[in-house]
Design a protein around this ligand. Structure first.
Ligand code: SF4
Length: 223
């Protein structure tokens, strides 16, 4: 059983950044969204674009986080990282946001259990493909906890990743569980190539690109 491993003081989380932007990935792409990026990650993906969230962060109470989120007057909130589930209090935060009526999305790397997340939260589970170097960390029991409104994402770096993802989709019957997303690793594979493979195979997935990288600079933070 995979477990979370950082228990900060009651009602405290280490927060890397809170910002308001356009949701760039998932079925929510294109929507205005408040992002709460929590510090720490238990993985080290080869293509990680948020390594600054591994250690940098400030302590905030859950009330302080919610006050900041409230200030943007936007109903969609995404909890992300790093790996947000590393901090046990992430559960208290998501519950508090749901209780206030927010639509809450949580993006996780798929290595920690999603079983305890508030059922009102829409989970995006980013199972790690071989080119990430983190494939062995995938916690596949998570497929048993997927709901209709969750999403599974595969970030594809090469043809081997694509074939691997297709195999996992079949092995775990993922098409029947929730929406499936496939996106290219930025700068590693031409989006047209991945789109072509999906079309050729008539794969029942949603192709996507990280639109925030096209709106702003690819390495911009807080967008
Ligand atoms: S899970 Fe996300 S934040 Fe963590 S190393 Fe991988 S890409 Fe970076």
């Amino acid at each position: 059983m995979q477990t979370n491993n950082i228990q900060t003081k009651p009602d405290i989380l280490i927060v890397n950044e809170i910002f308001y932007s356009i949701q760039g990935e998932s079925t929510h792409a294109g929507r205005p969204c408040v992002f709460v990026r929590l510090t720490y990650c238990n993985l080290r993906c080869t293509y990680c674009d948020t390594a600054y969230a591994f250690e940098e962060g400030l302590e905030m109470t859950i009330d302080e986080i919610i006050e900041k989120v409230d200030s943007y007057k936007c109903n969609l909130v995404e909890i992300t990282g790093g790996e947000p589930l590393v901090q046990v209090n992430a559960h208290k935060l998501t519950k508090a946001l749901c209780d206030k009526g927010y639509e809450v999305v949580l993006e996780t790397g798929g290595s920690l259990s999603i079983s305890d997340i508030d059922p009102r939260v829409k989970r995006i589970v980013d199972f790690k493909c071989p080119s990430s170097g983190m494939e062995k960390k995938n916690f596949w029991e998570n497929v048993n906890y997927l709901k209709n409104d969750d999403e599974v994402k595969f970030v594809i770096g090469d043809r081997n990743d694509y074939e691997w993802a297709k195999e996992k989709i079949g092995e775990y019957g993922l098409v029947d569980k929730c929406t499936l997303l496939m996106s290219p690793v930025f700068g590693a594979i031409d989006p047209k190539v991945l789109a072509g493979w999906i079309l050729e195979d008539k794969l029942d997935v949603r192709f996507q690109i990280q639109i925030q990288k096209y709106i702003w600079q690819p390495d911009a933070r807080g967008v």
